[in-house]
Design a protein around this ligand. Structure first.
Ligand SMILES: *Cc1c(COP(=O)(O)O)cnc(C)c1O
Length: 380
């Protein structure tokens, strides 16, 4: 039977609500028009609500990796010692960017699917008292492993080092309380948990981090945060901002505020739990040792061609999910629970996954995943 609907359930980019898509159809306002400046201020203020902070976010016209580079380029001097929790593709990206800027990198390297603990970080920090910054992920999207960011912050805040959190796939999905947890720097992007299209990123930092920016000697131009700071006083940016996405962000914030941030987080928790239960019911094994709620990673069972899982479900059933990255290409698949997702999108995905795995020869009872998911949904 031909299927008609299309669903995007990859761990980024993620689907947009119709209300947000329609905002994207607006005529562009000049970014120095008073109306655009007012909107820019409003969205910048809403970022405070989202991140749990009193500090301003700087909105950048780039993808999430641009905000990661901005953090390193503005905070780290050549030769500075940094500790990087590297438990996947995005921890690896922190390593690459830091090396590109000449940092002296100490890695806490974990197998993919595993995650470092605050106790491990504490030991490495003790052995490296000259550390300037610690880098981690709020959610390591390549493996789906949970990450104790609050625990990391507790350790780092007792030292002279700052904690830089890549929240690209976790913001608006799993809890993050920047000021309460003592997180010094947060970077994020529009296209994962924020119900927005790709193209906008942001960085937010507290006073402890700004001191490093003031003493930073790296060459820089486009992502020079001091320029952004000067311009924000007049609700402007040094370069043309992603005006369309800022209008869309205003709508997305309105929707998130109506739902309540705690309820947004609770929605991902519930969906992720339902999906994990469904995977087990389908005789599939989870990949992450401690699975987080932003993305579920699942091992491809023996006898199934892993590359076919993502292509069959896409071409036959109109559902886009993601395969594994790096060495895990063809060995795992990944389902996002970020942004504009609810019970119905997950159910569609599960139904199509069941048909896909049946076709690819995996042994399980058809309907078992959907049924397990529904039982989970029926729990209060
Ligand atoms: C998606 C993602 C990024 C950034 O990717 P871009 O493609 O540059 O937006 C960074 N970190 C994490 C954890 C991510 O999931």
């Amino acid at each position: 039977m031909k299927t008609l609907y299309k669903f995007l359930l990859a761990p980024g980019p993620t689907p947009l609500p119709e209300e947000v898509r329609l905002e994207g159809a607006r005529e562009i306002t000049h970014h120095k028009h008073p109306v655009a400046k007012k909107m820019f201020r409003k969205v910048t203020d809403d970022m405070k609500w989202l991140l749990g902070t009193k500090y301003d976010s700087y909105l950048l016209a780039s993808s999430g990796s641009g905000a990661m580079e901005t953090a390193v380029q503005n905070l780290i001097n050549t030769g500075d010692k940094v500790i990087i929790i590297n438990a996947g593709n995005f921890g690896g990206r922190w390593v690459k960017i830091n090396k590109a800027y000449g940092a002296n990198v100490v890695e806490i390297k974990k197998d993919w699917g595993d995650m470092a603990t605050p106790a491990e970080l504490e030991a490495v920090l003790k052995a490296n008292p000259d550390t300037v910054a610690v880098f981690c992920q709020l959610s390591e999207t390549s493996t789906g492993a949970c990450s104790d960011t609050a625990g990391f912050a507790k350790i780092v805040s007792k030292t002279n080092a700052i904690l830089v959190v890549d929240g690209v796939s976790g913001i608006g999905v799993v809890p993050l309380k920047m000021d309460e947890w003592n997180v010094d720097v947060v970077v994020g992007g529009s296209q994962k948990g924020m119900m927005l299209p790709p193209g906008m990123a942001f960085i937010c930092m507290n006073e402890k981090a700004w001191k490093l920016v003031e003493n930073n000697k790296q060459h820089k131009f486009y992502f020079d945060l001091k320029l952004f700071q000067k311009k924000l006083v007049d609700n402007e940016t040094p370069w043309t901002p992603p005006i369309g996405i800022i209008y869309q962000a205003d709508k997305a914030f309105e929707m998130m505020k109506a739902e309540g941030l705690e309820n947004v987080w609770a929605r991902s928790t519930k969906l992720a739990k339902g999906i994990r239960t469904a995977m087990k019911a389908m005789n599939l094994e989870l990949f992450a040792k401690c699975p987080g709620d932003a993305v579920t990673t699942v091992k491809i069972p023996d006898g199934v061609d892993g590359k076919k899982v993502t292509s069959v479900i896409r071409d036959k059933y109109g559902i886009t999910i993601a395969g594994g990255q790096g060495d895990f290409s063809g060995k795992i698949f990944r389902l996002g629970h970020m942004g504009y997702m609810d019970m119905y999108s997950e159910l569609a995905c599960l139904a199509a996954l069941e048909l896909t795995f049946k076709e690819l020869g995996h042994k399980f009872e058809i309907g078992s995943g959907v049924s397990a998911f529904m039982k989970e949904m029926a729990q209060e």
